[in-house]
Design a protein around this ligand. Structure first.
Ligand code: C2E
Ligand code: MG
Ligand code: MG
Length: 503
């Protein structure tokens, strides 16, 4: 192999590393890298009198000007002409160092447009692009010349304000930007309307890096979105702790399902007419090493952010079928909670049907509890799975009824068997007449539709008396039994000796 071949192969390898393909035009950064690579190789080729020298015919002046153009492009957002992410990080790094040297404060504002997707979807991408350009100009016009306004991508902008002092200045800047962006954008024949969720972080602290500050401002922006949009929220350290906690719970929960750390407790469901235990609701718990028994509210919402929830729900389904077969043989029904995401999974009905086959439980003895929000936000897959569940013969219950959108037409269209009145109404029904009226109305409506009614969260005898008066069918609550281990339910169905009382 001669030197030419060796050099050409080395060059080819490096070119491949730049991911330049004929199918896509290279990014400015890739062009720059290519130019650097060619000029190095060019020099080498010159020295070693190799063939590549002839193939590159760029004068050094052209090369320099092209380099400058590309450098600019590599740091500029092509749509708005504002600095892009790479330029922002560079500015932020420099500003942080300068502010630290001069003992000045620095603020970062992370701006995300609310409703931009709707503008894009309804008015088209050309209007969307124009809006982004105008939004960038409006933000720029709110700022001092020494402030940097950059576009990160999509509908996200970042402002860096060096040398800010005083606690009200940054919120004032955020309010100014917010009101400028909330004004309609006249584009062609349209009036595009958006608002802005803004996260802000101020620092006099020299320790934080540019990426840290951006991340903190982004977190604060997310809180502004969650808090209702069209607002500015300042970063505080609890936001970072919440993110760290979510991350650690998600990681540990991934191992919990296979690592046998999940448990199921069963809360008795009682017939109000004769106070007999007729079934139980399965409620998951997590015995997390080093943390004790973790309640569902502390991990189910995190599991629901990913497919972890399906693993949890499917494990509970299998465990209930394994442990509850004897109770069902004695005539009990068992209720199981299913999250929206689980109900979208292909394999949930298959898992359930296999578990039913193995356990011998009749499908009609299992009740799947879903919320109104799950019903309303459900995709086609949700509706398909609901139909398949019905076909299988399991029952459906609407959990926490009255707290979601309570769509009566949805209720009419969905083939359900049970309504569970949310405990917030039950909690107040013996103290305030409007809660009692709502409970009464739900029972009347449910019965008119041929549904069975369960009231959750019954804690006091007065509530039980009122519920009996208005014809509620079944109840669940601390008055009748807390969530219990399976052995206690064995005893409730006479499948184990009663526990000997102490003394
Ligand atoms: P939910 O399905 O509405 O369950 C009722 C919740 O109310 C349970 O809380 C139960 O312990 C509690 N509760 C029952 N009676 C009373 C009472 O008299 N007073 C009060 N204050 N509370 C009472 P828990 O066990 O903490 O579960 C909370 C939620 O977590 C459940 O609400 C359900 O949405 C979810 N969850 C529990 N297990 C699972 C599961 O296996 N899968 C899914 N996807 N979600 C589950
Ligand atoms: Mg439930
Ligand atoms: Mg409930």
């Amino acid at each position: 192999m001669n030197d030419d071949t060796v050099l050409n192969r080395a060059l080819a390898r490096q070119l491949r590393g730049l991911h330049l393909t004929s199918a896509s035009s290279p990014s400015p950064a890739a062009w720059l890298a290519l130019l650097d690579l060619l000029s190095t190789t060019y020099t080498k080729a010159d020295d070693e009198r190799l063939t590549l020298r002839r193939s590159i015919d760029l004068s050094s002046r052209e090369m320099r000007s092209m380099h400058e153009d590309l450098s600019r492009q590599a740091l500029q957002d092509t749509l708005t002409g504002l600095p892009n992410r790479a330029a922002l990080i560079r500015h932020l790094d420099q500003s942080l160092k300068a502010c630290a040297r001069l003992g000045q404060g620095l603020a970062v504002l992370f701006i995300d447009l609310d409703g931009f997707k709707q503008v894009n979807d309804s008015l088209g991408h050309a209007v969307g692009d124009e809006l982004l350009v105008l939004a960038g100009q409006r933000i720029r016009a709110c700022m001092r010349p020494q402030d940097v306004v950059a576009r990160l991508g999509s509908d996200e902008f970042v402002v860096v304000c060096p040398n800010v002092s005083g606690s009200t200045i940054v919120p004032d800047i955020a309010a100014r930007i917010g009101s400028q962006l909330a004004a309609p954008f006249p584009i062609g024949d349209h009036q595009a309307i958006v608002s802005a969720s803004i996260g802000l972080v101020t620092t006099a602290d020299t320790g934080a890096s540019a990426e840290d500050l951006l991340g903190q401002a982004d977190l604060a922006m997310y809180e502004a979105k969650v808090g209702g949009r069209a607002r500015a929220t300042a970063f505080d350290s609890s936001m970072q702790m919440a993110v760290d906690n979510r991350f650690s719970v998600r990681n540990a929960l991934g191992r919990a399902v296979t690592g046998h750390e999940l448990r199921v407790l069963y809360q008795p469901i009682v017939s109000l007419a004769d106070e007999r235990v007729v079934g139980a609701e399965a409620l998951v718990r997590w015995e997390r090493p080093g943390f004790g028994l973790v309640q569902p509210d502390d991990f189910i919402p995190i599991a629901e952010e990913s497919s972890l929830i399906s693993a949890v729900d499917c494990w509970v389904l299998q465990e209930v079928c394994r442990r509850g077969a004897q109770w069902c043989a004695a005539g009990a029904v068992i209720a199981i909670n299913l999250s929206a995401r689980t109900l979208q999974q292909d394999d949930v009905v298959r898992t359930l049907s296999q578990s039913l086959d193995q356990s011998g439980i009749k499908p009609g003895q299992l009740i799947m509890e879903i919320t109104e929000t799950t019903l309303l936000s459900g995709t086609g897959a949700t509706q398909d799975n609901l139909l398949r569940l019905r076909k299988l013969g399991v029952k459906l219950s609407i959990d926490d009824f009255g707290t979601g959108q309570s769509s009566l037409s949805q209720l009419q269209q969905t083939d359900v068997d049970v309504l569970k009145i949310d405990q917030s109404f039950v909690a107040r029904m013996d103290a305030d007449t409007s809660s009692a009226a709502i409970v009464n109305a739900i029972i009347t409506l449910g019965h008119a539709l041929g549904l069975s009614i369960v009231a959750e969260g019954v804690e006091r005898p007065t509530q039980a008396v009122l519920l009996r008066e208005v014809g509620c069918d079944q109840v669940q609550g601390w008055l009748f039994g807390r969530p219990l281990p399976a052995e206690a339910i064995d005893r409730a169905f006479g499948l184990a000796e009663p526990e000997l009382s102490a003394g």
